[in-house]
Design a protein around this ligand. Structure first.
Ligand code: DER
Length: 217
């Protein structure tokens, strides 16, 4: 469909960030899956991949691309990942796919975080998409109460356990006008592992596929 075609367009442009013989960081989601599929014709250029989820790892292994642990990589020149929302400062909401913790860890290490997205993700103000927050299971109710105090409406992502064995609260009705401040406030709540605001460490580049072509920021 139209949106899938846009995801493929964005993924194609991201190939230009491949650096021969280097380790590449790979995110999670349907847009990243388009990028992984394109790697089939470029895998000889990749030394190895560091993956942000079991789902992406499986997809990479099917292409016989070596997947290594982040601890074996002394640096990650380029990290390719999608987003659920991005504002005009390339501050993101991520975690729709539930891989936010490993995504955020790799983004913290990566020298260049390249976000690939279709036009539906580009917003003025973050927060229409519910903010995922990864939580230690026993702390779920307490963290939910704290998130309500911050003005959110947390919903338990029932039946979902992250690759790290934690649970996720999706927080609705936040109007996120100061993403970096809210990111820090949520990080301070005891029991929170990670929140899906990538604002303190935003994307370095955005490849946005739109009906009127590719826009790069
Ligand atoms: O969960 C995530 O952070 C994913 O990157 C997600 O935000 C993007 O998923 P999509 O490419 O399937 O829209």
């Amino acid at each position: 469909d139209k949106q899938h075609q846009l995801k493929i367009e964005a993924a194609k442009v991201a190939l230009k960030y491949l650096q021969d013989g280097e380790i590449i960081g790979i995110g999670t989601g349907s847009t990243v899956n388009c990028f992984i599929d394109l790697l089939a014709d470029h895998k000889h250029r990749i030394k190895a991949a560091v993956s942000s989820s079991e789902a992406s790892t499986e997809r990479l292994k099917k292409l016989n691309i070596e997947v290594i642990d982040l601890n074996e990589a002394d640096e990650i020149p380029v990290y390719i990942d999608g987003a659920d929302e991005t504002n005009h400062q390339l501050e993101l909401i991520k975690g729709g796919g539930g891989a936010l913790t490993r995504e955020k860890v790799i983004a913290a290490v990566a020298q260049k975080f390249v976000c690939i997205a279709d036009q539906s993700k580009y917003v003025e103000t973050l927060g229409k998409f519910p903010l995922p927050v990864e939580v230690v299971p026993m702390a779920r109710s307490q963290v939910a109460r704290e998130l309500v105090k911050l003005g959110g409406d947390p919903a338990y992502r029932t039946g979902f356990v992250t690759d790290n064995g934690n649970v996720i609260l999706d927080v609705y009705n936040l109007e996120i006008t100061q993403p970096q401040i809210l990111e820090s406030e949520i990080n301070q709540i005891t029991g929170v592992v990670t929140n899906g605001l990538f604002a303190r460490r935003p994307a370095d580049h955005l490849i946005l596929a739109t009906d009127s072509g590719i826009k790069e920021y």
